[in-house]
Design a protein around this ligand. Structure first.
Ligand code: NAD
Length: 340
């Protein structure tokens, strides 16, 4: 319990610095064994160094293999690469882990507790696209290629099953569209069934076609435990499940590779409220809990999460986006006061 972990802290843009400061304050109050290497990225880094993803930031993550990241504004314009895509590629972050758990009861669903594992590097997001010219129209037809490899599918599906074993999850559902996309989705499903067979007796498994899965998620989300799926389906379904439990403001996400984990809120920089002291820091706080679980400090993560959930459920000192009047600091103080 005494080893300290160094974590690259990227405060980010917009509301990023205030919600990451709040999170660091909470972690310190809880006695988390973390030290911070502060680095910049996004617009903050463009303004200071002319590069949205400076080498120093990449070098820090290479060393620490752990990062807690505030939202980043990707500069619009030629010559700037998407920071999130660049990080995924650089560190081969093949699994995107998105939990969705009901915290604020009395909403549409009170018993959601599921985890989506989205393949993060392949599928339709590999960027192999082209136009076909027909007659005088250079953009007459557009084509996008979906790439699924057995290795890519297997590592993310195995990650989901291993996660289930480690965290006592009962069932993994492989979500696909193999009835239509027989090659790419077929390979994902075939690989899913092969990996599932290895875990028979330890983790239950089934498979569902993505459209049927989407309908069932909005009708009976409590029936799902874990979902593993390809990049595009995971992107869409994980925002859908965030919506089932109160929106993006409460949702964390982790990007995991064999060596590196980058943890963040799912929401963006919220430019409309930046600098006003009213942002909700919950998503980054929950991302920090994911980081603690990743480094096997599960008990500490549960302690912090319990304080967050209790504060939210009481609804006395919560931020405006969820119907309260508290500012970021006041809410953070209330969570800290609830740490046991
Ligand atoms: P957004 O998530 O920043 O904001 C959408 C709405 O939600 C806004 O009304 C905002 O005020 C509110 N909101 C978001 N987070 C909140 C919080 N913690 N507390 C209270 N209210 C919150 O989405 P957007 O406006 O589409 O994007 C703004 C910028 O963020 C863009 O530059 C985009 O590229 C970037 N972005 C970054 C990431 C990331 O770094 N992971 C993710 C999404 C968007």
């Amino acid at each position: 319990m005494s080893t300290r972990h160094e974590v690259t802290l990227i405060p980010g843009d917009g509301i990023g610095p205030s919600i990451t400061d709040a999170t660091v304050r909470l972690l310190e109050a809880a006695g988390a064994p973390l030290t911070w290497d502060r680095q910049i990225a996004g617009m903050t880094a463009v303004k200071e160094l002319g590069d949205p993803l400076p080498e120093a930031t990449l070098d820090s993550i290479k060393r620490t293999r752990l990062a807690l990241k505030g939202p980043l504004e990707t500069p619009v314009g030629k010559g700037f690469r998407s920071i999130n895509v660049a990080l995924r590629k650089e560190f081969d972050l093949f699994a995107n882990l998105r939990p969705a758990k009901t915290v604020l009861t009395g909403g549409r669903f009170d018993n959601v507790d599921l985890v989506i594992v989205r393949e993060n590097t392949e599928g339709l997001y590999v960027g192999i696209e082209n136009y076909v010219k027909v007659g005088a129209d250079p953009h007459a037809v557009a084509q996008s290629v979906a790439v699924v490899s057995r290795t890519g599918a297997e590592r993310v599906i195995r990650y989901a099953f291993e996660y289930a074993v480690k965290h006592g999850r009962k069932r993994v559902t492989v979500v696909h569209k193999a009835n239509i996309l027989k090659y790419s989705q077929g390979l994902f499903l075939e690989t899913g069934r092969a990996v599932a067979a290895e875990y028979a007796g330890r983790v239950e498994s089934d498979d569902k076609i993505v459209d049927a899965c989407a309908m069932e998620l909005v009708m009976r989300p409590e029936r799902f435990d874990m979902i593993v799926t390809t990049n595009l389906f995971g992107d869409i379904l994980s925002d859908l499940t965030s919506g089932l439990v109160g929106g993006l403001g409460l949702t964390p996400g982790a990007n995991i590779g064999y060596e590196t984990g980058i943890f963040e809120a799912v929401h963006g920089t919220a430019p409309d409220i930046a600098g006003k002291g009213v942002a909700n820091p919950t998503a980054v706080m929950l991302a920090a809990c994911q980081l603690l679980v990743h480094i096997e400090h599960d008990a500490l993560a549960t302690r912090i999460r319990t304080a967050i959930e209790a504060t939210l459920r009481e609804r006395k000192t919560v931020t405006r986006d969820i119907g309260g009047t508290a500012g970021t600091d006041e809410y953070t103080d209330a969570v800290i006061a609830r740490l046991k």
